[in-house]
Design a protein around this ligand. Structure first.
Ligand code: FMN
Length: 355
């Protein structure tokens, strides 16, 4: 059974949409729980005033009846409230009437560190906005909604996932300084998953490795430039005798340097993944750039922007890890209904006698 996710949506377009395929029938979804994750993504120290405009809420257009999945594709929508200020500029169809609101003038000054230059060159856009609107992390909202669905599925087999920002006090202090200096900062987030049984993922091929999938999922989030599983980079400078987690007679470990994954397979310990976020590329004190319309030197686009989004990344990363664990759990336990899925999980836990 393959769990699939397709999403679409521009930052200031009408809405963000996702279609989730491969869910079992009979999974109960809690609208409040999904909306709570959407709110968590919007919060966090250092975010821009955009977050006061948006009140993200999930809408479901298909695949759900009276709060339970039907085993058919689940269609999720998160509307962009800000679109009303961009209705002309981001109109999907040729806009009627005089230009009004935001996004009416072409952007020609690409920001270093953003999609602007590479995107404009690759797709042949004269207006950099045609690249940056989708590259923007705004559409992580609908991925967080899909992640909340994945967490509901995982909860049915006793798995929970939680993301948090590292060193929040130091981070907040750094954000205050950066804001005053019209600069931006990055940071590190950590995601932990509990209750994952041994046996999710596989060493059979590289695209089945759970560690590879988690790394791709986390690196797939905007501004993430490094990922580690367990002690990751620190393991490189240790001896083998210091780096591996010895196995007790009950098959559990006293240490978890592997971060719960060996040979691309979960080993029953807590899954630990970290992601490093670079400082955000939109600076209120712009960096040097080129005007793509004239070829003259210039300063990069200044647009309303977050000073930092590390706490938001923790929520997005949590959703990404939950999604990959749900994909692996669907592969392992299958089932057209939640009852079948949970029964396969129970039978497996009994076979391996995992406490
Ligand atoms: C939750 C979140 C919020 C973000 N907010 C902003 C922002 O306000 N301004 C900005 O310049 N970049 C922001 N970014 C980062 C850019 O989207 C990202 O740097 C850009 O798309 C280029 O991609 P890359 O950094 O992965 O190379 C955000 C990223 C995330 C995950």
């Amino acid at each position: 059974m393959k769990l699939t996710l397709a999403s679409a949506g521009e930052s200031h377009g009408p809405a963000l949409v996702a279609v989730v395929g491969g869910l079992p029938a009979g999974l109960e979804l809690d609208r409040e729980a999904i909306d709570a994750d959407l709110r968590r993504r919007q919060q966090g120290y250092g975010r821009s005033p955009r977050q006061q405009i948006e009140r993200d809420q999930v809408e479901v257009l298909a695949g759900l009846r009276h709060g339970r999945t039907l085993g058919t594709p689940l269609a999720l929508v998160v509307r962009n409230a800000d679109h009303e200020n961009w209705a002309w500029g981001m109109s999907p169809w040729p806009p009627a009437g005089e230009p009004s609101g935001k996004g009416t003038k072409p952007v020609t000054l690409p920001r270093p560190g953003h999609a602007d230059l590479a995107g404009a060159l690759k797709y042949g856009h004269d207006d950099v906005r045609n690249a940056l609107e989708r590259a923007s992390a705004r559409h992580t909202a609908v991925h967080v909604a899909a992640g909340a669905v994945a967490k509901a599925l995982l909860a049915a087999v006793g798995i929970s996932v939680h993301g948090s920002a590292a060193d929040e006090d130091a981070l907040r202090a750094a954000i205050d300084v950066a804001r005053a200096e019209r600069d931006t900062v990055g940071g590190i987030v950590e995601v932990r998953a509990d209750g994952v049984p041994p046996g999710l993922g596989s060493y059979a091929s590289k695209d089945e490795r759970l560690d590879a999938r988690l790394a791709a999922a986390l690196m797939g989030i905007q501004a993430v430039k490094g990922v580690e599983i367990g002690d990751g980079f620190a393991l490189a400078s240790l001896r083998g005798s210091e780096a591996h987690d010895e196995i007790r007679p009950d098959r559990r470990r006293d240490t978890n340097r592997a971060g719960g994954i060996e040979a691309g397979v979960s080993n029953g310990e807590q899954i630990v993944a970290r992601a490093a976020m670079k400082p955000l590329p939109t600076l209120m004190k712009p960096l040097a750039s080129v005007d793509l319309a004239t070829g003259e030197a210039g300063e990069a686009l200044v647009e309303r922007s977050d000073v930092a989004a590390v706490e938001a990344l923790a929520v997005v990363a949590e959703a990404a890890v939950a999604w990959e664990l749900a994909v692996a759990a669907r592969e392992k336990f299958g089932g057209d209904s939640l009852v079948d899925f949970a029964a396969a999980h129970r039978a497996y836990i009994e076979r391996i006698q995992w406490a």
